[in-house]
Structures are given as structure tokens and as C-alpha cells.
Write a protein that binds this ligand. Structure first.
Ligand SMILES: Nc1ncnc2c1ncn2[C@@H]1O[C@H](COP(=O)(O)OP(=O)(O)O)[C@@H](O)[C@H]1O
Ligand SMILES: [Mg+2]
Length: 304
């Protein structure tokens, strides 16, 4: 179990005179819960996802993002003084290692990197990073020296193909299980990363990547955009499996109510002008679909 707690989070675009985008976001997501984050274009939804993940384009100017792990996470016992992490203090890859996953709105295409290699390297990088985070400082320094000596870079694109904790054969096993879990076609894995993938296939890959990395909290940004109904169904089944089989918490950013018919949210939040203006249950999403966002805006004005 883990809890992601966002309190009064404020962020600007990280450049001279950069616009303020997040104006005090409060949101708590527990693993095992599905939260839908809705709101008009430009309200700051994607920015929130990126700030959680540690995207360098933004400056956090206030508030906190905390990840709380329980005492038994990642199949091991976690000492009390290492259960609470101030994510804003950590690098993006360290946040990922602790279980934050951010899917991309527009996955990149990379020629010459197969899905299977990419996924295995991503998993090994995460495991290695996590080990370092939980090691004593001294041991950590040693590991870094070793890494340097081997010329290993912590990017999932680099490093020798046979490097890492999870070997090729073991990873094949993991991959097969995950692909079965998501009901995916096996030929996927041998293809080059996203090259020539349809929009729907890219989205399915995103879910596969999440399933392999087994995040505590997955932020999925408009994973439903541009999907036909069959793909939407497949992707939705995958998201439900992430929650039901792996216990992930999901922060599902979406512009449309449609996917929420397949991935039923426990909580629905409306973001307006960089704040969560209203929260409710699945009924709120339907109301938004029928009536738009203006009434929420009016409510906020009236209350102010
Ligand atoms: N890196 C950036 N540089 C400049 N403006 C940005 C940047 N990121 C986001 N914005 C602006 O912040 C606002 C919120 O953007 P975004 O978070 O993408 O909204 P949403 O995902 O809700 O559509 C928009 O006005 C957008 O133009
Ligand atoms: Mg967006």
C-alpha cells in the first residue's frame, strides 16, 4: 500500500517570468484506487502529472508531494524512517523507482530499440535505482563507483543489453505473464518501440509498460484520446487489471467521460485554472458530460 499526498501544490513554467499553472492543488491517491482527473483544456491537468513525475520544465513554488509507503513494500520490509518520501526532493528516476509512473500523451518512436529491450532495461533501471535509494550512503557510493566503472548509464536506452538484475530469460517470463494479463498479442514485444504502431497500440504499450514496472501510483494522461471503441475497451481492461491484479493507484487524466464507462473511478476531480475545483464520485463525471464545466466554475465564483 502506498499513498500519494499532494498538498497546496503550486508550480510555474520554469523560465524567466514563467506563467503560474498550478495554484494550490490538493489531492490524495491511495494505491488500489482509481481517480479521474477531468477539466477543460489548459486547466493544468498534464502539468500536474508532469510535476508529480518531476518534469524539469516546471518550478515548484509551494506545497508538497509526499509518497507514503507501508512497512512492507516491493516484497521487502521497509524501515520506519524510510516509509515517507518527499518526492519534490527527488530526481525523476528516483520517483519512478519508488513507484510513480507517468505515461506520455505522445509516446516517442525509437527506431532500433525493440519493445522487449526497452521494457527490460526500464525494469532493471528501476530496480537498481530503488536498491540505491534504500541502501546506506556508503554502500550507495560504492554502487555508483561500480556503475561508472562498467560504463552503465541510468537511461533505459543505454547500457549493454545483457546488463541488469533481471536477465533475458527471466524477463521473457515476466513479459509473457504481463501480456497475458493484458490480453495482448505476443508479436508486440518484438517490434521496435512505437515505430509504426497505431495510436491504439501505443496506448496499449503504455499500459504494458506500467504493468511491468508495477507502479504504486500510475498517472495516465489522456490514454483514451483517439481510440476507437475496441481499443478503448482493451486499454480499459488493461487499466482495470493494473488496479485489480497489481493494486496500483491510478490517476486517470481524461477530457471525456467515455472511458469512465469502462474504467469506473472511485473519485472524480475537476481541475479549473490550476486547482481542484470540485470532487465527487462517478456521477460527477456524467454530470460534467451532460452539462459541461461552466456550472462548476459558477459554483467556485459563488463560494469565493
Ligand atoms: N512548458 C510549458 N511552457 C509554457 N506554457 C505551458 C507549459 N506547460 C503548460 N503550459 C500552459 O499551462 C496551461 C496548462 O497546460 P496543461 O497542463 O497542458 O493543461 P491540460 O492538460 O489541462 O490541457 C496551458 O495554458 C499551457 O499552455
Ligand atoms: Mg493535457
Amino acid at each position: 500500500m502506498a499513498t500519494l499526498e499532494i498538498e497546496n501544490l503550486q508550480a510555474d513554467v520554469g523560465e524567466e517570468g514563467g506563467e503560474t499553472i498550478l495554484r494550490g492543488v490538493d489531492l490524495t491517491v491511495d494505491s488500489g484506487e482509481i481517480h479521474a482527473l477531468m477539466g477543460p483544456n489548459g486547466s493544468g491537468k498534464s502539468t500536474l502529472g508532469k510535476v508529480i513525475a518531476g518534469h524539469p520544465a516546471y518550478d515548484v513554488t509551494g506545497g508538497s508531494v509526499t509518497l507514503r509507503l507501508d512497512g512492507n513494500e516491493f516484497g521487502e520490509e521497509i524501515p520506519e524512517d524510510m516509509q515517507e518520501w518527499d518526492l519534490l526532493d527527488l530526481e525523476p528516476n528516483e520517483r519512478a523507482a519508488l513507484g510513480i509512473f507517468l505515461g506520455f500523451q505522445y509516446p516517442v518512436e525509437i527506431e532500433g530499440v525493440t519493445m522487449v529491450n526497452f521494457l527490460r532495461t526500464a525494469l532493471n533501471t528501476k530496480l537498481e535505482e530503488r536498491e540505491e535509494l534504500f541502501e546506506e550512503e556508503e554502500a550507495e557510493a560504492e554502487a555508483e563507483d561500480e556503475e561508472e566503472a562498467e560504463g552503465y548509464e541510468s537511461s533505459p536506452m543505454e547500457g549493454p543489453a545483457d546488463e541488469g538484475e533481471i536477465g533475458v530469460a527471466e524477463f521473457q517470463q515476466i513479459l509473457q505473464e504481463k501480456m497475458e494479463l493484458l490480453d495482448m498479442d505476443e508479436s508486440f514485444a518484438s517490434r521496435y518501440l512505437n515505430v509504426g504502431f497505431s495510436g491504439g497500440e501505443k496506448k496499449q504499450n503504455e499500459v504494458l509498460q506500467a504493468a511491468i514496472l508495477e507502479p504504486e501510483i500510475a498517472v495516465l494522461d489522456e490514454i483514451d484520446s483517439g481510440l476507437d471503441i475496441d481499443r478503448l475497451q482493451d486499454v480499459s481492461d488493461g487499466i482495470n487489471a493494473l488496479r485489480d491484479e497489481e493494486g496500483a493507484g491510478i490517476l486517470q487524466i481524461t477530457h471525456y467521460q467515455r472511458i469512465l464507462d469502462y474504467v469506473e473511478p472511485d473519485h472524480v476531480h475537476v481541475m479549473l485554472d490550476g486547482e481542484i475545483a470540485k470532487s465527487g464520485d462517478a456521477d460527477l463525471a456524467e454530470q460534467l458530460e451532460d452539462e459541461g464545466y461552466d456550472w462548476v466554475r459558477e459554483e467556485v465564483y459563488e463560494a469565493a
